[in-house]
Design a binder for this molecule. Structure first.
Ligand code: SF4
Length: 289
């Protein structure tokens, strides 16, 4: 039986991740003794392993090692951590994605201008922890991910002047829900400033994935199990009602999944490299033939 495989347009590395990896490769070439990243440079274990082979090692505690060069990952790091690292005297190469940097800069500017900063995002995500560190003491995070829209009501300290920014990877629909809630309480505020810090790469990939998920009967979502945006893609597909598997690499594919499907869609998170996507497609083709 003929089976179709549809690869979602734009699946895999986003601009910020590609840029961070390119920087890491480039720096590793120049530093033969190896370079370090604070935590894994991206949320993909296979890429992290490959980078180790080339001399790029993740570390959690920089004080334990004699580090000459440290690369800051695409998600960015908290301001205090950056100051601490600079004090150690090592060379710092900042691979923070420019979109994340924009959110950090806006948070800092708003806090400086005495706005209470409200960040829509997951407070446990490293990117949000980083942005929050620039947002001043009054800043709060609304965690849409747990659907805690009522969280807004639980914040007793909302100022008269608030500035709103978002974690770059938040879905627009959820951001709008929270915004509507805030606008509905407009009479409580003197001024609300809203900035769009969402990243187009994420929303486009979600949109393209949605289109494909609606026309296939099996979706394979490829990416690190700890990658928030890959999990978001898998959840989107499940919500649409299509049978969905979230895998990290081709080895996880079960022949039975492929045998029982007519049309198969493949998508991948922002931290999934092209070579893993290719291996997944090849394995699916192998099971079809
Ligand atoms: S998803 Fe967007 S904000 Fe995040 S690293 Fe990629 S390009 Fe940058």
């Amino acid at each position: 039986m003929k089976k179709d495989i549809i690869l979602v347009e734009g699946a895999g590395f986003c601009f910020g991740v590609k840029r961070a990896i390119d920087i890491a490769f480039d720096v590793a070439k120049r530093h033969k003794d190896g370079v370090f990243t604070l935590g894994p440079i991206i949320h993909n274990p296979q890429v992290v392993e490959k980078l180790k082979e080339l001399g790029v090692y993740p570390v959690d505690d920089i004080s334990q090692k004699n580090i000459e060069t440290l690369i800051i990952r695409a998600h960015g790091i908290p301001k205090e951590k950056l100051i601490e690292i600079k004090k150690l005297g090592c060379e710092v190469i900042d691979a923070t994605c420019p979109f994340v940097k924009k959110a950090q800069n806006l948070a800092e500017k708003l806090a400086y201008e005495d706005y209470q900063v409200l960040i829509i995002g997951d407070k446990e995500h490293p990117e949000v922890k980083g942005i929050l560190s620039y947002a001043g003491e009054k800043a709060v995070v609304i965690n849409y991910a747990q659907n805690e829209l009522t969280e807004l009501e639980k914040i007793p300290t909302l100022d008269k002047k608030i500035g709103i920014i978002q974690q770059t990877t938040q879905p627009l629909s959820k951001v709008k829900e929270i915004m509507n809630k805030i606008i509905n309480s407009l009479d409580e505020f003197e001024e609300i400033r809203i900035f769009n810090t969402l990243c187009n790469f994420t929303s486009k990939r979600l949109e393209e994935t949605k289109k494909v998920a609606q026309e296939v009967d099996l979706m394979i979502v490829v990416g690190g199990k700890n990658s928030a945006n890959t999990t978001q893609l898998a959840n989107l597909c499940r919500k649409i009602g299509v049978k969905t598997y979230h895998i990290e690499d081709a080895q996880e594919i079960d022949k039975e999944w492929i045998e029982s499907a007519k049309k198969i869609g493949v998508t991948a998170g922002a931290s999934t490299p092209q070579w893993i996507i290719n291996e997944v497609i090849d394995k699916i083709k192998k099971f079809i033939n």
